[in-house]
Design a protein around this ligand. Structure first.
Ligand code: SAM
Length: 221
């Protein structure tokens, strides 16, 4: 799962191509553009005016791009974040160093290094942003019930990782969400929608970023 090649996407931001699953970590139309659209604009931004602290769960933290964008959002909007990610295959140091996100987002490189520095312990990226990345598969995670406000479901595709896009995994996540919590993901596959509905979610299709017609927003009503 760990062999990768650096690629440049159409918005100028990097992604990695994982040779084990034959997929990139992000859309080739723009890594930053896609992550901002799906996880920030149509995800995190829901909570801007109604929560002082947003609790985020990410499935597959990978390059750390969603952590970085959430950090920026928290700083810009003066909102606290508790971020818990699950990533069984953390990047190698040279892979982290090759990514151009800090430069493109005008963030100190120390923040990006910090995101990747510490596994399984909570660290503070700022006084409003606490981060813990667990080196574990989401299937093995012990999640608190009724806890998270938002889940970034960012595993590899249902074709590459069918074991993750199942009713069983979505039920576990549904239980861990607080009432009114949401799950965002880039996939819009029929089987994914069915599994999410079986887990109890209400599903909405939302217009996607360039290169992607729609993506899924699932809500715990
Ligand atoms: C699409 S990529 C990562 C995207 C990531 N959010 C980013 O912005 O780079 C999917 C990630 O899921 C991770 N992954 C694979 N199996 C997993 C599992 N069972 N539980 C959680 N994450 C997993 C992969 O190692 C990879 O980093």
């Amino acid at each position: 799962m760990t062999k990768s090649r650096l690629q440049i996407t159409l918005d100028g931001s990097h992604t990695l191509f994982n040779t084990f699953v034959d997929e990139t970590y992000h859309s080739s139309f723009g890594a930053i553009q896609e992550s901002k659209h799906i996880f920030i604009k149509h995800g995190l931004a829901h909570f801007k005016d109604n929560l002082k602290i947003v609790k985020i769960l990410e499935v597959g933290t990978g390059t750390g791009l969603n952590v970085l964008l959430s950090y920026l959002w928290a700083e810009e909007n003066n909102v606290g974040i508790e971020y818990e990610g699950f990533e069984p295959f953390p990047l190698q140091q040279y892979e982290v160093a090759s990514l151009n996100y800090s430069e493109l987002l005008s963030i100190k490189n120390e923040i990006f290094s910090l995101i990747h520095s510490n596994k399984n312990n909570e660290i503070e990226l700022s006084n409003r942003f606490a981060l813990k990345i667990c080196k574990s598969q989401i299937q093995k995670a012990q999640l608190r019930d009724n806890y998270y406000n938002i889940v970034f479901f960012d595993a590899f595709s249902p074709v590459a990782q069918p074991e993750l896009w199942t009713t069983k995994v979505f039920t576990k996540i549904f239980k861990s969400l607080a009432s009114g919590g949401i799950l965002t993901t880039y996939s819009c596959k029929g089987s994914v929608k069915r599994s999410m509905r079986e887990a109890g979610f209400d599903i909405e299709k939302v217009p996607g970023p360039p290169g992607k017609r729609e993506f899924l927003l699932a809500t715990k009503g």
